[in-house]
Design a protein around this ligand. Sequence first.
Ligand code: SAM
Length: 381
Amino acid sequence: MTDDSQLKDIIAARIAQQGRITFAAFMEACLYEPGLGYYTSPGRKVGAEGDFYTSISVHAAFGRVIAREIARMWRNMDQPADFTLVECGAGNGRLACDIMDYLAEREAGMYGQLTLILVEREPSLESAQAELLAAHLDRVRWLAPEEFSGSGFSFTGCLYSNELMDALPVHRVVMADDGLQEIYVALKEGELVEESGPLSNPAIGEYFDRLGIKLHPGQQSEVNLIAPEWLAMAARVLQRGFILTIDYGFPAVELYAPHRNMGSLLCYHRHKVEDNPYIRLGRQDITSHVDFTTMMKRGEELGLLPVWFGEQYRFLLSAGIIEEIEESERSDLPSEEKLRLRLGLKKLIMPDGGMGDTFKVLIQSKGVEKPQLLCQRGIGA
Ligand SMILES: C[S@@+](CC[C@H](N)C(=O)[O-])C[C@H]1O[C@@H](n2cnc3c(N)ncnc32)[C@H](O)[C@@H]1O
């Protein structure tokens, strides 16, 4: 038995029973099959001992800059007493902890009234989150995704996420001679194989029509139908405030440009990038870049105004990472700590191999008059 044989048997049984499945159904099983999926099975995913780094694992300064921006949002909204912070896809709770540490230390007035709600699809992560957030437990609540999106819940404040959208299952498509086809996962002689066929859902064709984009002959790509649905849910639940989304991605013209002939689907295992999703089922991460044009357009239809969109390096540089460095240099922190921050900064903002330009930040607002956020100051202001 290889480690992934149990998951492979489940997927194979599904295909045997119902016929070929969409790539989205396959990705859903690989990432979220209870007990066996990449995010729903034990093991360290993020950081040096895991499979990939997220910005959060690089340095606490990332969370501290986001906290600076969140405090600015609170001021822009006239400091509402019921300001609630929500993190969706909170993982091990590291980002939430860095944000809460900053707010407790620097924004005591806001912190004293604040509620932080963690929403994470994998419930077993709650104990790791509670451990990291031990100093803030009287401010923290947990909601399952269904409770968060349920009809009984709404809030005022800021909903943020880091690398949530890229972990949502996507449909894969290819432009064939006779038009757009979907890539399915089928079974041939006991092995998982790809097969193309008519679209499983007309929404996939409409997705490209709405963007006014036509893929080139032979071009493969992905369509994330869940992300805009998630945004619609978020826009309904948020009464007033901001949605801050950080993720890999591009505007649609760049994401679907002809030079991205094979799409943006990638797998990560032990810090190596892999392009074959049919190996190490449930033991490697599968991700796909976010189409930020759709997030912004859909947002506007839902009453979410785009406040700021750009590369992570521009966000961090204009929202406070320089202040973080200056304050650290002036402090009596050990010199290794100061060096760690300077090296972390390099990783977080460097394009080409760093995290600075593949990662994007999108901030949308609802019901806030002319927000003036830190990132809107521009670099060097
Ligand atoms: C790529 S990880 C990112 C974790 C963390 N934000 C970080 O940056 O290290 C994506 C996380 O989102 C969670 N997730 C996926 N769909 C979700 C949903 N609908 N609601 C809440 N969490 C979800 C997954 O279980 C996983 O922990």
